[in-house]
Design a protein around this ligand. Structure first.
Ligand code: AMP
Length: 174
């Protein structure tokens, strides 16, 4: 399956100089979407994974069907102020300023073995903050899996160096 053929480049979105990797075109193809979940299902079935953690918002779209296939819980990690019950939060640095992610304090427990899912790995800041939240709840990150990896940003060697990381499509340059 040529997944790259289903990913649309949108230049200068959301601001000038960024090439946005648009996965709505991938999601519009049942064959391409099923390929993503088929691949991950094979990758994670039988690994003792106990929960799928999806990062807002495209990590929900890709993560929830995987949790369904593996018949394990789906846990959302969200931007601040969206989760209604008691949360824990992590701030992380952006190029300019900071951002923040939250998880429900009772969403995971010691002994849980999770896979973290998002559509795209860029600098790894969001995923690293998510990993910290998972660990703070006593759970273990078995793997972080992405559809797309902007490998030229070298997140695997930097922010995610302590995690096992996988991706289905890599871009070596913008
Ligand atoms: P980062 O924390 O730098 O790894 O950024 C990852 C998050 O930002 C993911 O949730 C992505 O969906 C989004 N993101 C970053 N860069 C892009 C891009 N070029 N195209 C689409 N989404 C992006």
């Amino acid at each position: 399956m040529d997944l790259k053929a289903h990913i649309r480049d949108v230049p200068d979105f959301p601001k000038e100089g960024i090439v946005f990797k648009d996965v709505t075109t991938l999601l519009a193809s049942p064959e391409a979407s099923q390929f993503v979940w088929d691949t991950w299902e094979k990758q994670f079935r039988g690994n003792g994974i106990t929960a799928v953690v999806g990062i807002e918002s495209r990590g929900f779209i890709f993560g929830a069907p995987l949790a369904d296939r593996l018949k394990i819980p789906f846990v959302p990690v969200r931007k601040p102020g969206k989760l209604p019950a008691k949360t824990i939060r992590r701030e992380y640095a952006l190029e300019y300023g900071t951002d923040c992610v939250e998880i429900h304090a009772d969403a995971l427990k010691a002994g849980d073995r999770v896979v973290v899912i998002d559509d795209l790995l860029a600098t790894g800041g969001t995923a690293a903050a998510t990993g910290e939240l998972v660990k703070e709840l006593g759970a273990e990150v078995m793997e972080m899996a992405f559809v797309i990896e902007l490998s030229f940003l070298k997140a695997r060697a930097t922010k995610l160096s302590s995690y096992r990381v996988s991706s289905l499509v890599q871009y070596d340059s913008e």
